[in-house]
Design a protein. Structure first.
Length: 357
C-alpha cells in the first residue's frame, strides 16, 4: 500500500472516533410520602336523638338556627378590624350557612338566622315568625392539634408528574429515615377537632327536646399533601460525526491502491476527508435512562418545595424575560380545612337528627 493511503487511513481513524460521557439529568419523576394520624380526643359515636325529639321532627318542619352569643353580639358591633371580620365570617356566616343548607337537604323549611336579629329574645322572635323548632348553637369550634395522635402511618408513592401516583413499597430502614426526616424538616401538619354543641327547643312550649354535643376528629391525612423528592437519572451520551464521509474516503483509498495514475482516487478520498472534517459533531443519547433508586432519594434530600433553582453560567439578558411575584396566603388553606370539618360535623348532626329511633 502506498504511503499516501496509509496516511489517509490514519486520518480516518483519528477524526472518525467518537467520545462517550454519562450525565446526571433532572426528571419529572418523584418519590413521595404522606402522613396519616388520628386525633386522640373523643372517639365516641355521635349521640342518638331521643324519642321526643324524633316525634317532634316528624310533625314540625319550620325551623331556624340561633348562632352563639358571640355572633349575635357582633352583628351590632364594629367589625372594622381583621380579627373581627374573620371571626364573623368563620363562626357565624360559615357555621350558620352550613346548618341551614344541610337542614334544607333533609326537608326542613328553614328560616334564615339573620331574621332573628333584634332586641327581642330569639325564642320570642321565633314565635312571631311561626317557627316550630329552634336550634340554639352553643358552640361550634375548630381547633388544630399538632401534638395529639394515637396512631401515625406513613404511606409511600411514586409518580412521573403526568399521571396518578402509584403505591411504593419501601423497607423498614426507609420508613425510619422518613420518620426522622419528617420530624426534622417536613412541613408540620396538624390534625383538627370540631366541637358541636346545641339545643333543640320546641318554640310553642320552650321545652328542650334534645341537648346534643359531639366531638369530631379530622385526621392529618385529610389536611396533608404529598411530600415529594425529585428523582434524577443517569444518561449515556455519544458524541460523534456521521460515517458516510468515510465511505467516500474508503472508496478513494481503494482507487489509490488499484489505479495508476492515482489522481481520481486522491480526489475522491480528499473530498470525503474534507466532508468528514468539516461536518459538525452530533450528540445523541445511548440506551435507556437509569433512574435513581428510591433508597437513595426518599427522605435523603430536601423535598421538592425546598429544592433551590439550579444555577448555571450567566446568560445574555434578553428583552423577552419577565419577572412576577405572587404572595400565597396559607391562612386561606387553613380556613378551607376548617370549613370542611364544620360541614362534616353538621352533616353528622343532621343524619342523627333524621334517623329513626
Amino acid at each position: 500500500m502506498r504511503p499516501g493511503s496509509l496516511m489517509l487511513l490514519f486520518l480516518v481513524a483519528v477524526v472518525g472516533c467518537g467520545s462517550t460521557r454519562t450525565d446526571t439529568i433532572p426528571t419529572t419523576r418523584f418519590y413521595a410520602y404522606t402522613v396519616a394520624g388520628e386525633s386522640s380526643l373523643d372517639k365516641e359515636p355521635p349521640p342518638q336523638a331521643p324519642g321526643k325529639a324524633v316525634a317532634a321532627i316528624k310533625k314540625m318542619k319550620r325551623v331556624a338556627f340561633v348562632p352563639p352569643d358571640t355572633c349575635l353580639d357582633m352583628r351590632a358591633a364594629d367589625t372594622s378590624t381583621t380579627v373581627d371580620k374573620r371571626v364573623l365570617r368563620m363562626q357565624c356566616g360559615v357555621t350558620m350557612s352550613e346548618m341551614e343548607r344541610e337542614a334544607e337537604k333533609v326537608g326542613f323549611d328553614v328560616v334564615t338566622w339573620q331574621s332573628l336579629k333584634g332586641g327581642n329574645k330569639p325564642l320570642d322572635q321565633a314565635k312571631e315568625l311561626k317557627i316550630e323548632l329552634l336550634f340554639e348553637v352553643n358552640e361550634l369550634d375548630v381547633i388544630e392539634e399538632s401534638n395529639r395522635a394515637s396512631s401515625v402511618e406513613f404511606r409511600y408513592f411514586s409518580g412521573d408528574g403526568t399521571g396518578p401516583v402509584q403505591p411504593l413499597q419501601v423497607t423498614a430502614n426507609d420508613n425510619e429515615a422518613c420518620k426522622a426526616y419528617h420530624d426534622r424538616a417536613a412541613p408540620k401538619i396538624s390534625g383538627m377537632t370540631s366541637v358541636l354543641d346545641l339545643k333543640m327547643v320546641q318554640v310553642s312550649t320552650g321545652s328542650v327536646l334534645w341537648s346534643y354535643r359531639h366531638v369530631e376528629n379530622a385526621t392529618e391525612a385529610e389536611a396533608s399533601s404529598l411530600i415529594r423528592f425529585p428523582v434524577n437519572a443517569s444518561q449515556e451520551y455519544r458524541t460523534s460525526k456521521p460515517w458516510w464521509p468515510w465511505l467516500v474516503v474508503a472508496a478513494g483509498v481503494t482507487l489509490l491502491a488499484v489505479t495508476d495514475p492515482p489522481a481520481l482516487g486522491a480526489v475522491i478520498a480528499g473530498t470525503g476527508l474534507i466532508a468528514a472534517i468539516a461536518w459538525p459533531r452530533s450528540t445523541r443519547p445511548v440506551g435507556p435512562r437509569n433512574y435513581e433508586p428510591f433508597s437513595a432519594v426518599l427522605c435523603r434530600r430536601p423535598h421538592i418545595q425546598d429544592t433551590p433553582v439550579p444555577s448555571g453560567p450567566p446568560r445574555e439578558v434578553v428583552s423577552n424575560t419577565f419577572r412576577s411575584e405572587t404572595k400565597v396566603n396559607t391562612k386561606d388553606a387553613a380556613e378551607e380545612r376548617r370549613r370542611v370539618l364544620i360541614k362534616k360535623s353538621v352533616q353528622i348532626f343532621m343524619k342523627q337528627l333524621t334517623a329513626e329511633e
